[in-house]
Design a protein around this ligand. Structure first.
Ligand code: SAH
Ligand code: AVI
Length: 320
């Protein structure tokens, strides 16, 4: 499989500058893109199998039924999946597409993790040898305009990964996507919906502590870029629903006063006992939010596919 690489143009210096700026801000933050090194991606795969983590359990059957509705539209189509991860979602979708249509499809997994593209690419190649495959190792926030296509495209953004962006970033992202979309292109956007707060908080505070390990892994990734000496065991995993922003927030709380150093940094990073590093937002939506986002991005909301409980939605958007 060919893998186009846009990540090597992102220099280590700019990665370090970004991390340092986030750790110097008040409150301290770490960008959630840094969760996904190899062990972070593996931990996320484990999260998707947890009993408490409900989103895939609802999105997967929705993808099955939606694929059947899309069937006729998928001939001679390029499927571009943003944040494709282990590609398990697109597999569910493709299983519903007849082989004679799949022969005409080229699938483009786009992910910041090259390992994830390579591993899932091998699985897909075996499973659907008749389908074209073309990996894109890129940051969908930075490189969206580099994703070219002559044929009609179906952009897929599953798992409610859009929810990990702030409202402003999500709008900017959708506007940029709109600007690269052509008349016949479509977007299928997975969005986790507002529901009982206990259900949401349980999903991010699982009993096996896998989400806590996923959260703390961001410190290991930070250490590998900045040569800092963060000890993940010195932090507590904190996850709660922030109603004002309609989002689940993940933080890492310092268990003690600490001074984090690096040979690359002139000044050390000081944390007080109880201080939190904000690591992730996971927005939960209403149908009102979905309409507002489509409108603000200049996209037409063609359909919302949802489950009986309205826990998860697949929003279909096209150009106006
Ligand atoms: N879509 C999959 C995976 C979700 S996890 C699912 O629903 O199960 C989020 C995925 O997006 C990870 O594979 C991560 O590496 C990727 N990702 C996160 N931020 C990204 C960015 N800015 N650009 C490209 N990929 C990103
Ligand atoms: C990838 N993303 C949509 C997941 C979420 O639910 O926000 C990441 C995650 N964080 C903790 N658990 C899962």
């Amino acid at each position: 499989m060919i893998i186009e690489d846009f990540m090597s143009e992102v220099g280590e210096t700019s990665i370090r500058e970004k991390l340092v700026a986030c750790l110097k801000s008040n409150p301290k933050t770490l960008p959630c893109i840094f969760f996904y090194d190899q062990s972070g991606s593996e931990l996320f795969e484990k999260i998707t199998k947890l009993e408490e983590y409900y989103p895939p359990k609802i999105e997967i059957p929705l993808l099955r039924s939606t694929a059947r509705e899309f069937n006729g539209e998928l001939k001679d189509c390029d499927i571009v999946e943003l944040g494709s991860g282990d590609c398990s979602k697109i597999s569910v979708f493709l299983d519903e597409v007849p082989e004679e249509s799949r022969q005409t499809i080229v699938y483009y997994p786009v992910d910041v993790s090259r390992e994830a593209i390579e591993k899932s690419g091998r699985t897909l190649q075996k499973k659907y040898p008749e389908m074209g495959l073309h990996g894109i190792n890129a940051d969908f926030l930075e490189h969206i305009e580099k994703i070219r296509g002559k044929r009609k495209r179906l952009f897929c953004f599953f798992g409610s990964t859009i929810g990990n962006l702030t409202e402003a970033k999500a709008m900017e992202f959708l506007k940029n996507l709109n600007s690269v979309m052509n008349k016949k292109d479509r977007l299928l956007l997975g969005m986790d919906m507002v529901k009982d707060i206990d259900v949401i908080e349980r999903a991010y505070n699982d009993s096996q502590g896998i989400t806590a390990r996923f959260n703390k892994n961001i410190l290991k990734v930070t250490n590998s870029h900045l040569r800092t000496d963060f000890n993940p065991d010195d932090f507590e995993h904190v996850a709660f629903f922030n109603k004002a922003y309609s989002r689940l927030e993940m933080h890492l709380r310092a268990k003690m006063d600490m001074e984090v150093t690096s040979p690359l940094l002139k000044e050390s990073i000081i944390l007080k006992k109880g201080e939190m590093i904000h690591t992730e937002n996971s927005h939960k939506y209403t149908s009102g939010h979905i309409r507002k986002m489509a409108d603000a991005a200049g996209l037409f909301l063609a359909n919302i596919y949802t489950d009986e409980k309205k826990w998860f939605s697949l929003a279909e958007m096209v150009k106006r």
